[in-house]
Design a binder for this molecule. Structure first.
Ligand SMILES: Cc1cc2nc3c(=O)[nH]c(=O)nc-3n(C[C@H](O)[C@H](O)[C@H](O)COP(=O)(O)OP(=O)(O)OC[C@H]3O[C@@H](n4cnc5c(N)ncnc54)[C@H](O)[C@@H]3O)c2cc1C
Length: 356
């Protein structure tokens, strides 16, 4: 535990009575990059373990366009912004910091990492990367503007809300037919638009067998009337009336700022985008760096992202405890070793130690 994590800020308090600490300090046990469900959940665990922790968040959670978070036990339907505000307050309530900002690069320095936000930098002993992903959508007129409203991607997120409606599924990638079959569970009126991804003979049989209509040809635009989706327009001018369009995005992990560490997003074997690989505990290939949530697991919904953030945080805490114990044992055995002297010097003189 560091000095900072024992202290509470006197500036103001949140509604729940916890301390609000939203200023950025120079170094932390853990810097969490990204303040969605995964990052805040990880920070909550770390703050409760009396670790000094800051969440740096650029404020663009993936589900921002959605009205509510669905499928989340005990919080089903909560607006995404409200859920995150509650999470921020909980982290701050235990002395964790949450600041708005975008991390642009991360570099390794002695004993940790320098996390650069452009105009300033913060030191971290460990990093938890929870920056999520970007949904890259096909260039179809009218589609982007309707994303998260009547253009959707996930039956578990929005399926109940669109049940029994006229649903069109756009074939834009390897998961198109699978999506059509999943949405058929929610509505008897599903049309598959082959667009860039024509089904195989076997898939055509599956679609026919499940009563899913198939429309061949390029989709050029979505028809909008009175701020609602009205239909899907094909290149030959045909308009197929639809209330809902389902489209698979190409999912791109937000991780380019890690390049100086040698960490790069990798093409996902399913051909659906790029992710940051980790082991089952969230550990990346670079010692000291963990990742959780959509940046490494594209399929994670909010509950799974939060759980992964918490699990990675526990691993980080255990790693710090192991390091601290190693150092304590060394000092215990050799109170006058070079390392112990160096630690003592650092503790006493800090930045003034140079030249001593
Ligand atoms: C339209 C839509 C609707 C959805 N609906 C549901 C639903 O109903 N139920 C459900 O369970 N799931 C839903 N999801 C999935 C949900 O969005 C994800 O499960 C969840 O957002 C993953 O959380 P995360 O913490 O990994 O990432 P995010 O929530 O995306 O959070 C990542 C955060 O990191 C920040 N960040 C990125 N780069 C940086 C940087 N360099 N520096 C600092 N901060 C950075 C971002 O701005 C963002 O705030 C939906 C997704 C979409 C697209």
């Amino acid at each position: 535990m560091t000095e900072r994590s024992e202290r509470t800020d006197q500036h103001s308090t949140n509604g729940g009575g916890g301390a609000v600490t939203d200023q950025l300090e120079d170094d932390y046990d853990v810097v969490v990059i990204g303040g969605g469900a995964a990052g805040l959940s990880g920070a909550l665990m770390l703050a409760r373990m009396r670790r000094s922790v800051v969440v740096i968040d650029a404020g663009q959670p993936r589900n921002a366009p959605a009205e509510g978070v669905h499928g989340l036990l005990a919080r089903d339907g909560t607006p995404p912004g409200e859920l995150l505000e509650r999470g921020r307050a909980e982290v701050r309530g235990y002395g964790g910091h949450v600041v708005n900002g975008e991390v642009v690069t991360v570099a390794r320095v002695a004993d940790g990492f320098a996390v650069c936000l452009g105009d300033r930098s913060v030191r971290a002993r460990r990093l938890l990367v929870t920056t999520g992903l970007v949904d890259e959508l096909p260039e179809i007129e009218g589609l982007r503007e309707r994303w998260g409203r009547d253009v959707i991607h996930c039956p578990y997120c929005h399926g109940w809300e669109v049940r029994d409606q006229a649903i069109g599924v756009l074939g834009t990638g390897p998961m198109g037919v699978h999506q059509a079959l999943l949405f058929r569970q929610l509505s008897a009126d599903v049309t598959y638009f082959s667009h860039t991804t024509a089904p195989t003979a076997e898939q055509s049989e599956e679609l026919n067998a499940r009563g899913i209509r198939m429309v061949r040809g390029d989709v050029t635009a979505l028809e909008i009337a009175d701020d609602r989706l009205a239909g899907v327009r094909l290149s030959d001018g045909t308009i197929v009336p639809r209330e809902i369009v389902v489209v698979g995005s190409r999912m791109a992990a937000r991780a380019n700022f890690l390049q100086a560490l040698g960490l790069r997003p990798t093409e996902h074997p399913a051909g659906v985008g790029e992710y940051l690989p980790t082991d089952a505990t969230g550990r990346t290939d670079v010692p000291g760096v963990w990742a959780a949530g959509n940046v490494t697991d594209m399929t994670a919904q909010v509950g799974a992202a939060a759980a992964a953030g918490a699990a990675a945080a526990a691993q980080i805490n255990a790693d710090l405890v192991a390091e601290e114990t190693r150092r304590a044992v060394a000092a215990y055995r050799e109170p006058f070793s070079a390392e112990t002297e160096a630690q003592l010097c650092e503790a006493v003189t800090g930045d003034r130690r140079h030249g001593i």
